[in-house]
Ligand binder design. Structure first.
Ligand code: SF4
Length: 289
């Protein structure tokens, strides 16, 4: 298989064949993110991508899931993305899932009709880095959109019937803004109503602008307990609707997995207990609900 540079995928795509359709991220400006800082964004030659699909067929025989990378394959021209999806369907007629990262700006460039066409052609899942529901945080981290635009990006994906994984970063507002960040992030998630909410924890990445802020004392990373407290405030603010909540990313201190509609109280109880005890022991006890 042919890949350029480091490749990233969401943890839930661990079984997917990774197909690189863009190099890097078209935005590449978020101050906390170092994933594609070494890459200059470009769209990969369509002929190469189509060849890779044939190569995957000879190598794997069949695949059930494909993840389109790098940063936001959704920013590709719709015609080209459709050609890729059609080719995947021809080569792997039994494919079950095709997923991509979806940057908010890349998503908003597509009309509802285009997104529906992509869904019909097989794009079943999108991962949207919502990060925070606080306009001040989105602005400070150079996310490139405000809360209203982020909400719109999430809503159009859900409305196009593309299964949405919203990703948020606990701790992105630092200590001072933690409670408000949790409240507003719960609000944006209630407004978008994704099927999945992946809560990750902000971890400083060397050579990023936020890392510099941290070194200069302009930002404070939350402690373990402060992260759990922010997560608790967040979960408390979530409306009861069917949404799979997951905090089992390696960046998190306490892996929790559950449905917000039926298990919200249970999740809050676990967080309450964790806040009263030694977290190291709780990691063993509450690996999952
Ligand atoms: S849009 Fe995503 S991949 Fe691109 S810089 Fe921001 S966080 Fe990183």
């Amino acid at each position: 298989m042919r890949y350029e540079g480091n490749i990233y995928r969401p943890p839930s795509e661990w079984q997917s064949y990774i197909l690189q359709v863009t190099i890097g991220c078209s935005h590449n400006a978020c101050t906390f993110c170092g994933m594609f800082k070494d890459k200059k964004y470009r769209v990969r030659q369509l002929s190469e991508v189509l060849e890779d699909i044939d190569m995957a067929k000879s190598y794997y025989g069949s695949v059930d899931q494909i993840f389109l990378c790098d940063g936001d394959a959704i920013s590709l021209d719709t015609k080209d993305l459709l050609k890729i999806l059609h080719k995947i369907k021809r080569v792997f007629p039994d494919i079950k899932e095709i997923a991509t990262y979806a940057s908010p700006k890349g998503t908003l460039k597509k009309s509802k009709e285009e997104l529906e066409l992509l869904r019909e052609a097989g794009l079943t899942k999108a991962y949207l880095g919502v990060e925070s529901g606080d306009d001040r945080v989105l602005k400070a981290t150079h996310k490139g959109v405000n809360v209203a635009q982020m909400t719109e990006a999430g809503r159009v994906l859900v409305d196009a019937n593309i299964e949405l994984y919203a990703i948020i970063l606990v701790g992105l507002a630092g200590k001072e803004g933690s409670k408000e960040n949790a409240r507003l992030t719960a609000k944006i998630i209630n407004d978008i109503k994704p099927q999945h909410l992946a809560a990750m924890t902000y971890m400083p990445v060397p050579d990023t602008p936020m890392y510099k802020d941290l070194q200069e004392g302009k930002f404070t990373v939350l402690t373990e307990k402060e992260c759990l407290q922010e997560t608790k405030w967040l979960v408390e603010g979530l409306d009861r609707f069917h949404m799979h909540f997951n905090s089992s990313h390696a960046s998190n201190y306490l892996p929790i997995d559950g449905d917000i509609y039926s298990e919200k109280d249970k999740i809050i109880n676990i967080l309450n207990e964790a806040l009263q005890h030694d977290i190291t022991n709780l990691n063993k006890s509450y690996r999952a609900l």
